[in-house]
Every structure is written in C-alpha cells, then in structure tokens.
Design a binder for this molecule. Structure first.
Ligand code: R5P
Length: 272
C-alpha cells in the first residue's frame, strides 16, 4: 500500500487504537429524508465526535462545516430509490469530485447474490483501479437484500469477495459467528448498525462485533434515531476505542441523556 492510501486510512482509523467510529448519514441517497436526518442540523453536534463521516456529496456541500476536523468517506454509488430495484446501482461520483471534496475514502455498495451482482462487483473493480491511481481508499459495503440471510456464510462470502476485488475495508452487518466473517476477510471490517434497536441491544452488538475482530462501526440509525444521539456516540466510542463493555457504555449514554435533560430544564427556567 502506498503512502497516500495509508495516510488517508489513518484519518479514518485512529492511529492510536487502529479502530474507527464512522457516523453514517448517507441514507437519504435512496431513502429520502430518513427519520433523524430530516433536518441535517441534528447531525451537526455529532460530527466532531466521529472519526469519519460517511456521507453523500449533496449533504457535504449543504450541511457540513467545511472547517470540520472529522474525515469524510464519500458514498459514490447510487441510482435507484427505495421504490425501485436497489441493486441497480452505478458509480455516480467521479474520483476528481472525491478529491475536490477532500475525501479520505470512497464507498460503494455491492450486491452479492442479488440482481445486478456482476455489475456491482465489476463496478467495484473499476472504482478500485481508479482510486488506486490517486491513493484513495475504497470501502465496499455488502448490501443485503430483504430476502437474503444475514449469516456468517453469506456475509463471509460477500466480505471476502469485496477484499479480493481490492476494497481497502469493508462494511457489513453483524451476525452470529461474526469471528468467521472476520477470519475470512484479509482487510478491516466495520459494522453497520442496521435498523434502530433499543440502546442496550445496539451497544451489545457493538461490543460483540469488536470482540469478534471488527475494527469499528459505520453506524447511522442506532445513533441519530436514539433519544440521545450524543450519548450513543459517547457510548459507542467507549466500546470501540476503550474496550468498554456494553453495560459501562450504557451508563455513559444514560449520564449524557440526563445531563442534556437537566441543561434543557435550566434553559427553560432562564426564559421564565
Ligand atoms: C445504507 O443506507 C448505508 O450504507 C448506511 O451507511 C449503513 O447501512 C449504515 O447505517 P445504519 O447503521 O443505519 O445501518
């Protein structure tokens, strides 16, 4: 790996811990104004707490402070909406644009075992070829169709394929026997959070994934749809970077929620 790719990866994965807490806010690229992302101002306070923001160029241009110290991994695939065939994606952002936006990585979905499997895999190969030329790391996202099993056999296949095609890191879902997915994949794996879960379950999943060898998270809904997104950021960071247990992390989440509530009571009293 050359200097450029390593240097950019060091903005995504903390050089101190080798891990990352990526905040995924790209959902609108096919879902529109998702709950929690309707007003992107909700995301602003969370950005400094993330090691990296996984985001589309539209949101980056309109809603993210260009002075942010948080690195950016840019979603570069898209096309279909939730109303269409999700696997029918292509690469829609040029490498030049990713460089202009000062991205530290580019990410696209692959749809192994689904319609358009071959095209999304060959698109990944093309993206890696181009990214390699500019020292840009590539994140492959193993998207899973509704009817497909999220088990270690399937996710292991999809992650290994992504690595073989040349992705520098992979985002996938957590599953039982996740260590098998990690063992079979020669590049770092980060987990997506998936649908909103009760906070303790999301934190337990994070702890289990890290213990099984995940190098971090690229988490969205379980953070920005929480009743305390800042609390969840703190909690997830403690597990990923400090090896906290889910129970210890839950305490951080609860304390943060409580102090935010106390602050808002103080503010309303000041107005009286
Ligand atoms: C899919 O919309 C994106 O790749 C998300 O970035 C990914 O699913 C992570 O977000 P969440 O934790 O909400 O699943």
């Amino acid at each position: 790996m050359d200097f450029g790719i390593k240097n950019r990866l060091s903005r995504i994965f903390s050089p101190k811990t080798g891990k990352t807490v990526m905040l995924a806010v790209d959902h609108g690229y096919f879902q529109g104004p998702t709950t929690g992302l309707r007003d992107m101002k909700n995301i602003t306070p969370l950005v400094p707490q993330a090691d990296c923001l996984f985001v589309t160029r539209g949101i980056l241009r309109t809603s993210i402070d260009p002075a942010t110290k948080t690195s950016v991994c840019l979603r570069v695939s898209g096309g279909p909406s939730i109303l269409g065939e999700l696997s029918n994606e292509d690469i829609i952002i040029s490498m030049e644009e990713a460089l202009r936006l000062n991205a530290s990585g580019v990410g696209m979905s692959i749809f192994v075992g689904a319609k358009n499997e071959e095209r999304t895999i060959s698109n990944l190969g093309r993206l890696v070829n181009e990214a390699q030329r500019y020292g840009m790391p590539v994140l492959a996202i193993t998207a899973v169709g509704k009817e497909m099993a999220r088990d270690a056999r399937y996710l292991g296949l999809a992650c290994r394929m992504a690595a073989e095609i040349g992705a520098n890191f992979v985002k996938t879902y957590y599953c039982e026997d996740f260590h098998k997915v990690v063992e079979g994949c020669p590049v770092p794996i980060v987990i997506a959070g998936g649908k909103k879960l009760p906070e303790m379950e999301a934190l337990r999943m994070t702890e289990d994934a890290i213990r099984a060898g995940a190098r971090g998270v690229d988490m969205g809904r379980n953070i920005f749809q929480s009743d305390s997104p800042a609390g969840m950021m703190k909690a997830v960071r403690a597990i990923v970077h400090k090896g906290a247990t889910a129970s210890e992390a839950l305490e951080l989440y609860q304390a943060s929620k409580k102090s935010a509530a106390a602050e808002s009571v103080d503010e309303s009293l000041e107005k009286v």
